[in-house]
Design a protein around this ligand. Structure first.
Ligand SMILES: [Zn+2]
Ligand SMILES: [Zn+2]
Length: 303
């Protein structure tokens, strides 16, 4: 990526390279916010007065912190533009953003695309930082009252992304499914997770037969639906299963199967966003009631 405009610049020195690498550092959890996106046409929005019969209202979603929201939504991770700017500044305090195009007063040119509810405003810009240059477009819904400010925020986030800031959040496995926030009285039963057992395996524990482990791993790997995975999760919740569910291979099998479902659902969400008529099909495997383990950051797949 760095080579794309490098020909017109002096070769990057090792300091600049190091700083650019720093931009790709993983975003810490406290800088990530989750934006809810409704996935059920019958619920209508993230905040229906009454959820449809297939879904329920959550008091508070543990990811996006929406109150009184439908369980039929996904939480899309995002890093606030303020944190992106902090990273850009740390890498190169002299970084510069130029807008592409200006009107007769020198204001940046904002273009509009789409129609009706799908009308969007776009702002193009170029960033120069640490000796490299990237161009991107910020895009927000055209009806926003604070359009210019939102466009700027989105452009900064997009430019940051072009430099690798928060790239891992674009991975579909980073999308989360809603679950009830923990109440003050402790974890609700729904938030107990197979993937996060209380007790790690220690050397002192009796060894489990490798054959038994292999059976569990293949059983989990062959699961076809979220419902089946949920059933296995229930089985593993039994206190007698504690040693099994603490086995790393079993955990890994569960997480990787859960991630496959997540990616499938995320794909459907993406598809549904581009084709709203297709959105009702995801109820067949809705993952909202399943307490899937939190997504594991994976090596980014070549998209
Ligand atoms: Zn619904
Ligand atoms: Zn949420």
């Amino acid at each position: 990526m760095e080579t794309e405009t490098q020909a017109t610049w002096l070769p990057l020195d090792s300091v600049a390279q190091e700083r650019l690498r720093g931009l790709r550092k993983k975003i810490p959890e406290h800088e990530i916010s989750y934006l809810p996106r409704a996935t059920c046409k019958d619920c209508g929005s993230v905040f229906p007065k009454q959820a449809c019969p297939k879904h329920k209202l959550l008091q508070e979603c543990a990811n996006c912190h929406s109150r009184r929201c439908t369980s039929a939504h996904v939480d899309i991770p995002s890093v606030d533009h303020v944190y992106v700017e902090q990273r850009l500044f740390e890498a190169d305090p002299g970084y510069r953003i130029r807008f592409i195009g200006a009107d007769e007063h020198g204001f940046p040119v904002i273009t509009f695309t789409g129609e009706g509810a799908n009308r969007y405003a776009n702002l193009w810009g170029t960033i120069e930082i640490c000796g490299v240059e990237r161009s991107e477009v910020g895009t927000v819904e055209a009806g926003k009252a604070n359009l210019h400010k939102e466009l700027m925020s989105d452009l900064i986030k997009r430019l940051g992304l072009r430099l690798g800031v928060g790239a891992e959040l674009r991975d579909r496995s980073a999308i989360r499914f809603p679950r009830e926030a923990e109440s003050k009285g402790g974890r609700s039963s729904a938030s107990a997770s197979v993937a996060a057992p209380a007790q790690p395996v220690t050397a002192a524990e009796p060894a489990i037969d490798a054959k038994v482990i292999a059976q569990w791993v293949s059983r989990i790997a062959e699961v076809k639906t979220v419902a089946e995975l949920r059933a296995i999760q229930e089985e593993l919740r039994d206190p007698k299963m504690e040693t099994i569910r603490a086995v790393a291979e079993v955990k890994d099998a569960f997480v990787s199967r859960a991630n496959v479902f997540k990616q499938e659902q995320a794909q459907r969400v993406v598809d549904a966003a581009s084709d709203p008529a297709a959105s009702d099909e995801e109820d067949s495997t809705d993952g909202d009631a399943v307490d899937l383990p939190s997504p594991r950051r994976r090596a980014r797949r070549a998209a």
